[in-house]
Design a protein around this ligand. Structure first.
Ligand SMILES: [Zn+2]
Length: 365
């Protein structure tokens, strides 16, 4: 596997399908965080200090993975997971966390640096996900997107366990998940998008992460635990358990916005879109009264300091409001993009403001 075209073929897909999945993420409904956790704060307290790596592995990671992947204990999965050794990365000569295993998955070990942070808990969960698919697939090799989807799913399974057993840690771990999306779904995704332009681009391991990250959320939201178990137990056919075609066809569920024929109609549509987008993003507006919420949005519309982003199908995918009128140094007061990317919203807003000199404020009440 030397070129990006070989990589696509190795995953039983092609460059075009991968590009369609990425576009579905950019402009429509591929979520980057499980829908069941909509509304969980993105800025939880992350300064927790956890116990030893072995204790955390026993307390949180093993129960989370066993509960989801071997609920009836038929695979003796727990005993085998418990035998996993967690070694200090510094002793291995490698720069990044990884899993080592010998033939037939005996003597599995995770190599990572442990400082007791919430980031480390997610790293441990990720690597334990690799241990889990090696054990459950009887060490049959899986294509890299399959492996990384399992590892990201393991992170989500641990989050799910924390939600019930350690709510403080759950909030913190959600915050880290969002922060790490900036690496996998911005930096890595931009790099992958560029790589896909030329089929001869050399293959690099990080090109696997964006699709795997989106696939993990997609499968986790499917809420059929057997789909997840089948993926962990699969091998070379792992991609048959990851519905790339279905992900590529994911649609933004909001309605198409017809072209407004009057400023009043446009304001009416914008207000509706903003409410729907806040609901979809799980923004907790229940603290403010409906009249305060309405007054704030209306005020932004009257001052033309609100912007709703429409995708290629004319469906709203996000909106933003800001202070300081139409000046260059806008300070965003609210931004939500449940069905698209914040970068896209910002760039179309920039283009919009450059091409539209502010008109006189219309009466929209
Ligand atoms: Zn991994």
């Amino acid at each position: 596997m030397h070129r990006i075209a070989d990589w696509a073929r190795h995953h039983q897909t092609d460059i075009k399908t991968v590009q369609t999945v990425l576009r579905a993420h950019q402009t429509s409904a591929l979520l980057t965080f499980p829908i069941q956790w909509n509304g969980i704060k993105k800025a939880g307290q992350t300064a927790h200090r956890l116990g030893t790596k072995d204790q955390v592995f026993l307390d949180y990671v093993i129960p989370a993975l066993c509960g989801a992947l071997d609920p009836h204990g038929v695979d003796h999965f727990e005993a085998r997971l418990r035998r996993t050794e967690i070694r200090d990365l510094a002793t291995t000569g490698y720069a990044t966390p990884h899993v080592d295993h010998t033939y037939f998955a005996e003597n599995l070990s995770i190599a990572m640096t442990w400082t007791g942070s919430i980031n480390d808990l997610l790293t441990l969960s990720h690597e334990a996900g690799h241990v889990a698919h090696i054990l459950l697939s009887k060490a049959v090799a899986m294509p890299p997107i399959g492996r990384e989807t399992c590892a990201f799913l393991a992170e989500l399974l641990v989050l799910h366990h924390l939600q019930d057993h350690a709510p403080d840690l759950f909030d913190a771990a959600c915050t880290i998940w969002h922060a790490e999306n900036d690496i996998y779904l911005r930096d890595d995704l931009n790099h992958l998008t560029q790589s896909l332009i030329d089929p001869d681009t050399p293959y690099e391991y990080r090109q696997n992460y964006p699709i795997a990250r989106l696939a993990a959320v997609h499968l986790f939201d499917a809420e059929d635990p057997s789909v997840i178990r089948d993926l962990f137990a699969s091998g070379p056919d792992a991609m048959t358990h990851i519905a790339l075609a279905q992900m590529a066809n994911a649609q933004n569920p909001l309605p198409v916005f017809p072209k407004a024929t009057s400023p009043a109609q446009e304001a009416y549509q914008s207000l509706g879109a903003m409410v729907l987008l806040d609901m979809a993003a799980g923004e907790d507006k229940a603290e403010s009264t409906i009249s305060a919420y309405y007054a704030e949005l209306l005020n932004h519309m009257q001052h033309q300091t609100a912007f709703v982003g429409l995708d290629a199908n004319n469906k709203p995918f996000g909106y933003t409001t800001w202070a300081n009128g139409q000046t260059k140094d806008r300070a965003s007061t609210h931004e939500t993009t449940p069905f698209g990317s914040a970068d896209t919203l910002r760039s179309i807003l920039k283009a919009h403001l450059e091409h539209h000199t502010p008109a006189k404020s219309e009466e929209v009440a």
